[in-house]
Design a protein around this ligand. Structure first.
Ligand SMILES: [Zn+2]
Length: 417
């Protein structure tokens, strides 16, 4: 039995300072992806605090608590390549770019941490003739190995890097796509990367960009999985302290605003490009390093919550059914910060793996969208805001028959005929 399910994070993950200030208080919430079967309901009844802290020393943002990673990753439902086909083309281009620009050696070898079902490295393996190895702590590693994408079921760190180097040799590429913010011990992780990379190797890291999160109110990114909210300025000094350097960075469209950093061992072969300082300048102009920078996010959350409840509370009071579309980790963030748990009758999701499971904590059933026409909810709140228009189009019959969709981003909006 686990007794310590989470810890309060007392020091900065980037610079070790213990001078942390709370900049955003969020609602307590369960582990966001713990959609479970009836039999496993006990796995999803815990609530954990979730506040955003700023390090007064290096201005890095991070969560106030870290939930035991085994509780998060033992069963993990997200399968990005099947549920987010939108990402695929961008990722192909990204893999092509890596090999075209930094893959001059013969016999290229790429390691990816947090490789999920292996979709990204499988493309490198099949199309770009690169030997690959995935590292993935969740059950998705099994799925990857079945598909002939060699994957180690583990967390990446220095110890594992030593084993990988011994067994497979040094790597040309180390890849971490939407993984770096989930890392508990960043220094150990980066020590592993440094150990594993060839002298001319490239660490390519893409993560959600905290400036975009704040600027666009992408609050679905506030989860227990995302321990850090990165932007370039603290990252640059972090890598310098680890004897590595960011030589190029770009803001990419993934998840409505992500940052991709290209990193090498200090004094590596690549010239440091102006993009690095240009992005940092933009962050400074946006006042990313100011304690009050999250106040607009706080106002946004309160405002949306108020408008949702003004609309749905009278319906719920009259025993009308309210549905919620989307069951990602972020949907749980919405559910708790907008206090929707007692108002939603059922969730909807196209993903068959999630249908018939029960939502974290409130145990609300997840149904297939075909149920819309049997149950006829009075309104459907869209909790996958980046896919709102796709969802409305796919379910246009409900809309045409007088159904009501509620958009919660980028502003509150009732969509009806
Ligand atoms: Zn710090």
């Amino acid at each position: 039995m686990k007794t310590n399910k989470f810890i309060n994070v007392k020091s900065c993950k980037v610079c070790n300072s213990s001078n942390l200030s709370k900049v955003l208080e969020l609602s307590e919430s369960p582990i966001g992806d713990k959609y479970t079967s009836k039999e496993n309901i006990s796995q999803s009844k815990d609530l954990f605090p979730l506040d955003i802290m700023m390090c007064e020393s290096c201005k890095h943002y991070q969560n106030s608590v870290a939930v035991d990673p085994d509780l998060i990753y033992n069963v993990y439902l997200s399968r990005p390549s099947t549920t987010n086909p939108v990402l695929s083309d961008a990722f192909k281009e990204y893999a092509n770019y890596l090999v075209a620009n930094f893959g001059k050696d013969e016999n290229l070898f790429a390691v990816e941490a947090g490789s999920n079902d292996g979709a990204f490295i499988n493309y490198m393996q099949e199309k770009l003739n690169v030997k690959v190895l995935g590292v993935e702590p969740s059950d998705l590693s099994k799925q990857a190995n079945k598909a002939n994408i060699l994957t180690i079921k583990n967390y990446f760190g220095l110890n594992l890097a030593k084993e990988i180097k011994k067994d497979h040799g040094p790597a040309n590429f180390f890849i971490a796509n939407h993984t770096f913010s989930n890392i508990v011990d960043l220094k150990d992780f980066v020590a592993g990367v440094r150990h594993l990379l060839k002298p001319n190797g490239v660490f390519s890291m893409q993560t959600h960009y905290h400036k975009s999160v704040v600027e666009k109110n992408l609050i679905e990114n506030f989860t227990h999985e995302h321990l850090s909210g990165f932007y370039l300025k603290p990252l640059k000094s972090f890598f310098e302290k680890q004897n590595m350097e960011i030589f190029d960075a770009k803001i990419v469209a993934a998840k409505s605003g992500s940052i991709r950093c290209f990193i090498q061992n200090k004094n590596g072969p690549n010239k440091i490009l102006p993009s690095v300082n240009e992005i940092i300048k933009m962050e400074e102009e946006f006042l990313m390093d100011q304690k009050t920078r999250h106040d607009s996010v706080k106002d946004f959350i309160q405002n949306i919550k108020k408008q949702i409840h003004e609309f749905i509370d009278p319906l719920v009071k009259n025993n009308k059914k309210i549905a919620a579309f989307g069951t990602s980790v972020g949907a749980t963030t919405f559910c708790f910060n907008y206090d929707l748990g007692k108002s939603i009758s059922f969730f909807l999701d196209d993903d068959k793996y999630r249908q018939n499971l029960l939502s974290p904590y409130y145990h609300i059933p997840v149904l297939s969208p075909v149920e819309i026409y049997k149950i006829k909810p009075s309104a459907i709140i869209i909790l996958a805001p980046l896919y709102a228009d796709i969802i409305i189009n796919k379910n246009s019959k409900y809309f045409n028959e007088g159904g009501v969709f509620i958009k919660i981003w980028p502003k509150f909006e009732i969509v009806k005929k």
